[in-house]
Design a protein. Structure first.
Length: 120
Protein backbone atom coordinates (compact mmCIF):
# COMPACT_ATOMS: atom_id res chain seq x y z
CA UNK A 1 0.00 0.00 0.00
CA UNK A 2 1.36 3.41 -0.90
CA UNK A 3 -0.42 6.47 0.42
CA UNK A 4 1.07 9.95 0.38
CA UNK A 5 -1.13 11.40 3.12
CA UNK A 6 0.87 12.85 5.98
CA UNK A 7 -0.62 12.66 9.43
CA UNK A 8 0.44 15.61 11.54
CA UNK A 9 -0.67 15.23 15.15
CA UNK A 10 0.57 17.11 18.20
CA UNK A 11 1.66 14.36 20.57
CA UNK A 12 3.79 13.40 23.51
CA UNK A 13 6.29 10.55 23.65
CA UNK A 14 5.00 8.50 26.57
CA UNK A 15 7.65 5.82 26.68
CA UNK A 16 9.97 3.45 24.93
CA UNK A 17 11.23 -0.08 25.51
CA UNK A 18 14.12 -1.92 23.92
CA UNK A 19 13.20 -5.17 22.14
CA UNK A 20 15.30 -8.34 21.86
CA UNK A 21 16.42 -7.48 18.33
CA UNK A 22 17.59 -4.03 19.56
CA UNK A 23 14.71 -2.22 17.84
CA UNK A 24 12.57 0.05 20.02
CA UNK A 25 8.86 0.02 20.78
CA UNK A 26 7.61 3.63 21.05
CA UNK A 27 4.41 4.83 22.70
CA UNK A 28 2.88 8.16 21.73
CA UNK A 29 -0.36 9.86 22.77
CA UNK A 30 -2.06 12.60 20.84
CA UNK A 31 -2.56 15.82 22.77
CA UNK A 32 -6.00 16.50 21.28
CA UNK A 33 -8.91 14.58 19.81
CA UNK A 34 -8.23 12.89 16.45
CA UNK A 35 -10.72 13.41 13.62
CA UNK A 36 -12.40 10.41 12.01
CA UNK A 37 -10.51 11.19 8.79
CA UNK A 38 -7.10 11.16 10.52
CA UNK A 39 -8.01 8.03 12.46
CA UNK A 40 -9.04 6.35 9.20
CA UNK A 41 -5.68 7.29 7.69
CA UNK A 42 -3.87 5.93 10.74
CA UNK A 43 -5.82 2.70 10.36
CA UNK A 44 -4.81 2.34 6.70
CA UNK A 45 -1.15 2.60 7.74
CA UNK A 46 -1.45 -0.32 10.19
CA UNK A 47 1.62 -2.60 9.85
CA UNK A 48 3.09 -0.48 7.04
CA UNK A 49 6.70 0.67 6.95
CA UNK A 50 7.24 4.42 6.97
CA UNK A 51 8.89 7.23 8.86
CA UNK A 52 7.90 8.64 12.21
CA UNK A 53 9.41 12.07 12.71
CA UNK A 54 9.37 13.51 16.19
CA UNK A 55 10.86 16.77 17.33
CA UNK A 56 9.92 19.19 20.08
CA UNK A 57 8.84 21.69 17.43
CA UNK A 58 8.86 22.56 13.72
CA UNK A 59 11.01 20.60 11.25
CA UNK A 60 13.30 22.23 8.76
CA UNK A 61 12.80 21.09 5.14
CA UNK A 62 16.17 19.30 5.04
CA UNK A 63 15.24 17.25 8.12
CA UNK A 64 12.40 15.45 6.35
CA UNK A 65 13.37 12.18 4.59
CA UNK A 66 13.17 12.22 0.80
CA UNK A 67 13.35 8.44 0.29
CA UNK A 68 11.04 5.59 1.25
CA UNK A 69 11.59 3.95 4.63
CA UNK A 70 13.28 0.55 4.48
CA UNK A 71 10.88 -2.35 4.77
CA UNK A 72 13.33 -4.92 6.09
CA UNK A 73 11.06 -7.48 7.62
CA UNK A 74 12.53 -10.79 8.70
CA UNK A 75 13.33 -13.22 5.91
CA UNK A 76 11.35 -16.47 5.86
CA UNK A 77 14.36 -18.36 7.28
CA UNK A 78 14.72 -15.81 10.10
CA UNK A 79 11.02 -16.14 10.87
CA UNK A 80 11.30 -19.94 10.93
CA UNK A 81 14.31 -19.82 13.26
CA UNK A 82 12.51 -17.40 15.58
CA UNK A 83 9.37 -19.49 15.81
CA UNK A 84 11.40 -22.67 16.34
CA UNK A 85 13.21 -20.90 19.19
CA UNK A 86 9.92 -19.95 20.84
CA UNK A 87 8.62 -23.51 20.39
CA UNK A 88 11.85 -24.99 21.82
CA UNK A 89 11.74 -22.69 24.85
CA UNK A 90 8.10 -23.58 25.53
CA UNK A 91 8.81 -27.31 25.32
CA UNK A 92 12.35 -27.47 26.72
CA UNK A 93 13.16 -24.15 28.36
CA UNK A 94 16.92 -24.55 27.91
CA UNK A 95 18.39 -22.00 25.51
CA UNK A 96 21.79 -23.74 25.56
CA UNK A 97 20.23 -26.74 23.78
CA UNK A 98 18.52 -24.71 21.05
CA UNK A 99 21.31 -25.00 18.46
CA UNK A 100 21.16 -28.81 18.51
CA UNK A 101 17.35 -28.73 18.41
CA UNK A 102 17.38 -26.26 15.50
CA UNK A 103 19.89 -28.24 13.44
CA UNK A 104 18.05 -31.50 14.08
CA UNK A 105 14.68 -29.98 13.17
CA UNK A 106 15.99 -28.37 9.99
CA UNK A 107 17.70 -31.61 8.95
CA UNK A 108 14.41 -33.49 9.40
CA UNK A 109 12.66 -30.91 7.23
CA UNK A 110 15.35 -31.12 4.54
CA UNK A 111 15.11 -34.91 4.51
CA UNK A 112 11.32 -34.72 4.29
CA UNK A 113 11.48 -32.41 1.26
CA UNK A 114 14.23 -34.46 -0.42
CA UNK A 115 12.12 -37.60 -0.03
CA UNK A 116 9.29 -35.89 -1.89
CA UNK A 117 11.44 -34.96 -4.87
CA UNK A 118 10.74 -36.82 -8.09
CA UNK A 119 13.35 -39.48 -8.69
CA UNK A 120 14.87 -39.36 -12.17
Amino acid sequence: MKDDKIIELPCTLDGSTRRKDRSVNLRFSTMFEVSNEDFSTIDTYHQQAGYLLFKANKFETDEVPTTDAPNDLKSPSERLRSILYVYHMQKNGDASKFRAFYESTIEKYITNVKDRLDKE
